[in-house]
Design a protein around this ligand. Sequence first.
Ligand code: NDP
Length: 301
Amino acid sequence: MKILLLGKSGQVGWELQRSLASLGSVIALDRQPSLGLNGDLTNLEALAATVGALKPDVIVNAAAYTAVDKAESEEALATRINAEAPGVLARQAAAIGAWLIHYSTDYVFDGSGETPWPEEAPTNPLSVYGRTKRDGETAIANSGALTIVLRTSWVYATRGQNFAKTMLRLAKERDSLNVVADQFGAPTGAELIADVTACIIRQIFSLADASHLAGTYHIAAAGETSWHGYAQFVLTYASSQGCTLKVPAEQVGAIRTEDYPAPALRPRNSRLNLAKLEKAFNLKMPPWQQGVQRMLDEIQL
Ligand code: NDP
């Protein structure tokens, strides 16, 4: 199997390089041109030409414009990368009979209510980022290609910066720490997303006709918490491992979204219903604490 991976250096892309390797030959690109191939999602013509030249069996698109607040002032660029480029990839996939695996976000929803969002719930993004990701989904759906769109939430990876590392640093440096307590979701490891992606591809290609599996799925770790609960979990675990903190978990202040203003609005309810994914691919998502604890075991506490 030939797989074209875009966005190889991002949180999910990096983990995909590992998890896709066992499936076949992976051509992994980032935005830098490589061997005459283009993985820059702003260059739509060269992107289409790259897919046409490689003719992969599967395109996995982990590249995205993910700077949620900056997107408010860079709408054209975010639209190009999150909406137009996925449309190009999907139309090219349709032309060569390839599958497209693409990632989207809980930010396509407005965050109302308290129950986990099912895939078919109406989208109503609150931010430019959310709108561009929703428009990417629409472009893909209109392409006629066989596609899997995986909507996820609150992604972290061991590599690079993440919320847990920031909380640890602040709890060591500062005398007090306040964290938003009225947004709910599930921290989801890039490693889990990559492993599930590989599992999906394996299942699709084990069937003579997997077209009934095409569609949108929600993928996240199981369970839920708030950013405040997430921070407390991280600090409690760090303390249990002997890490000295100026702000212990029980002293982290709980604040409202309004108390932490940011350019882009965030959904309060980012809970995702996982039933469709678990049933279709015979999977059971692990509790969010499991992956976070593993990540904490891997970093310097
Ligand atoms: P990252 O920001 O870690 O990675 C995105 C990657 O896309 C980066 O490597 C970035 O490269 C690359 N990229 C940006 N612009 C371009 C471009 N013009 N051409 C090619 N590559 C480009 O994101 P994640 O791995 O966390 O996200 C993966 C997917 O999951 C995305 O679709 C995202 O929307 C979705 N998602 C993420 C969430 C999160 O919390 N992070 C939550 C929900 C969904 P560079 O580093 O050079 O900019």
